[in-house]
Design a protein around this ligand. Structure first.
Ligand SMILES: NCc1[nH]cc(CCC(=O)O)c1CC(=O)O
Ligand SMILES: [Zn+2]
Length: 310
């Protein structure tokens, strides 16, 4: 019979969270963009101070998402060296050179369709060659701006390999790749609305159906074969079984991304506008128990503040 005595519980502790387990998410917006959003966003002007806060709280990394104002059928601004993503990466690196900068590499915040792929001009079908070329260029741009780990998120077969080749050709052998392994989910709405990245077709072509976990293992293995250094899984809580399987089968770390819907549903808005993150702390302890190597979350700063004895 396991003990319930407080003295023993206090003595043992458990797989508690530590700040360095957490990666903070930065959703970027332009300085003069005042539109209300359901998810927290920040400007390039905010980025330096926010990055210093992240570092001071004991975290070692941020993951940056950024779209562009001009959106078109070619995602023509996706790899712009003066775009919001490049400016955000530079601002963080300048303020906190030791903070690891990870990015999302995808075109859905750069296309007028909100899709993660570019369409063939003649018939509107997916043009994977063109899409892959843009992803590769985008990854190189992010690396040149100072990103440490890029994150192809369209799940297009061959895109991880294409990104690896492009990075190597551009001399960025040290820049790593953490592709997103994404299940279809209703939990992305807050992100899509905030970033203006809702797919016109209503669906993401390559995301994994929740009923097909074996597909996830297969795709993750392919990603590793193509050059993935780490695998990101999302949504975090809806893929815990996959996390456990992957930890067993993959030679690379696995990092769950706790997405917008998890943040919005598992936190409580307090009267002062802050969010009570105790639900997230509970959830991430589960993830850690299940084998998560790190956890990417919008709540990282608030959680780290709670963890830090003040
Ligand atoms: N484009 C892939 C991508 N990049 C970020 C998210 C969601 C992140 C979140 O909800 O926090 C998604 C999924 C999607 O749009 O289908
Ligand atoms: Zn996308």
């Amino acid at each position: 019979m396991p003990t319930h005595r407080l003295s023993v519980r206090n003595y043992l502790g458990g797989p508690g969270l530590a700040p360095e387990d957490l990666t903070m998410v930065f959703l970027m917006r332009e300085d003069d963009d005042k539109s209300p959003t359901s998810m927290p966003t920040r400007t390039v002007g905010d980025a330096a101070e926010d990055a210093r806060t992240v570092e001071a709280l004991g975290m070692r990394s941020v993951k940056v998402f950024a779209g562009s104002r001009v959106r078109d059928g070619h995602a023509s601004q996706a790899a712009a060296p003066t775009g919001l993503m490049a400016r955000a990466i530079k601002a963080v690196k300048k303020a906190t050179p030791g903070l690891l900068v990870m990015t999302e590499t995808c075109v859905c915040s750069h296309t007028d369709s909100g899709e993660c792929w570019l369409a063939d001009e003649r018939d509107g079908s997916m043009d994977l060659v063109k899409t892959t070329a843009v992803l590769a260029a985008q990854a190189v741009m992010q690396a040149e701006a100072g990103a440490d780990i890029v994150g192809p998120a369209a799940m297009i077969p061959g895109s991880v390999q294409a990104v690896r080749d492009a990075l190597d050709d551009a001399g960025h052998r040290d820049v790593a790749i953490m592709p997103h392994l994404i299940f279809e989910s209703v939990l992305y709405q807050g992100y899509r609305a905030t970033m203006g990245a809702a797919p016109r077709s209503g669906a993401r072509a390559f995301q994994i159906a929740p009923g097909r976990p074996e597909t996830a293992v297969h795709i993750a293995l392919e990603m590793v074969r193509e050059g993935a250094d780490v695998i990101l899984t999302e949504p975090a809580l809806h893929t815990v079984d996959t996390l456990v399987h992957l930890k067993d089968k993959l030679p690379v770390p696995v990092v769950p991304f706790s997405v917008s819907g998890e943040y919005l549903r598992l936190t409580d808005l307090k009267e002062n506008g802050e969010r009570d993150v105790s639900g997230l702390v509970e959830a991430y302890t589960v993830l850690k128990r299940a084998g998560a190597d790190r956890i990417i979350t919008y709540g990282a700063v608030d959680i780290a503040r709670r963890l830090k004895p003040s």
